[in-house]
Design a protein around this ligand. Structure first.
Ligand code: ARG
Length: 255
């Protein structure tokens, strides 16, 4: 009898360890983010991070009774950190790709984005077809980087988006490929002080849905997050968040 009890106790302990933390009274949700990606996440002078995804995650956390904790890092550390279980969720304008789906568990997409081509105004590059043999700046670890590499463009990778932009400005590269809404924000900010310096081409490279990334084993939590997000999508809250940040919203269903 004693032995059976000890065995059962050991079994319980093993299961307790195997169950994801949130199931046993977790009160926080730690998000890993690279806050160089307006309007989704942007670092403020006071060290805080603001943006559409921060607001969205806060609203989701409110529905689930969790408190959002933000950890900042370079973009290429976000997914490995989530995969290793260091953070609960990767939130960084992350595009869902088949390759990433092998390593992390994605929530349902909440919007659709595109990869934009940015050039210096007056550049001879007017579309995708002109990029052959041209040097392209991208951020390390992004879909822009993998797309450009897979398609044999000449690629210069930078840890920080601002450095990729600077490479274009100083003429080290011929074009900069970056997600459309972030391109719009960053180009607008730069052109404010340097009128008409940079141009976003109308032809996009790719379209990609954004979602949040969890480690495998978080299926139960992801289901809850999907349900909360579906409510925020249906009642127009997500579209309103984009409006708050002055960004056009494309629903994931437009894919
Ligand atoms: N959407 C692209 C990707 O998933 C770029 C994301 C970059 N995010 C950032 N916070 N810098 O690869």
């Amino acid at each position: 009898m004693k032995k059976t009890f000890a065995f059962l106790l050991a079994l319980c302990m093993i299961f307790a360890l195997a169950v994801p933390a949130y199931a046993d009274g977790k009160t926080t949700l730690t998000m890993a983010t690279s806050p160089d990606f307006p309007p989704f996440e942007e670092l403020q002078a006071d060290g805080s991070v603001v943006g559409i995804e921060v607001d969205l995650l806060n609203l989701i956390c409110e529905k689930l009774g969790l408190e959002l904790v933000i950890e900042q890092m370079d973009f290429d550390s976000v997914l490995p950190g989530v995969q290793a279980g260091k953070y609960d969720v990767g939130v960084s304008g992350i595009s869902v790709t088949e390759k990433r789906q092998k390593n992390v568990l994605f929530t349902e997409p909440y919007c659709l984005a595109a990869q934009a081509i940015v050039v210096k105004t007056g550049s001879e590059i007017t579309g995708k077809a002109d990029l052959d043999k041209k040097k392209i700046a991208v951020q390390t670890g992004t879909t822009a980087e993998s797309f450009c590499m897979e398609n044999n463009y000449k690629v210069s990778s930078f840890q920080a988006n601002s450095d990729a932009e600077m490479a274009l400005i100083v003429g080290k590269v011929d074009a900069w490929v970056i997600d459309d809404l972030t391109a719009a924000e960053m180009v607008k900010a730069y052109n404010k002080d340097h009128p008409d310096a940079l141009t976003i081409l109308s032809e996009a490279m790719t379209t990609e849905p954004y979602a949040f990334a969890f480690a495998f084993g978080s299926e139960e939590l992801v289901e809850k997050i999907n349900a909360a997000q579906a409510e925020l999508l249906a009642d127009g809250t997500i579209a309103a968040l984009f409006e708050k940040f002055d960004a056009p919203y494309t629903a994931p269903s437009a894919a």
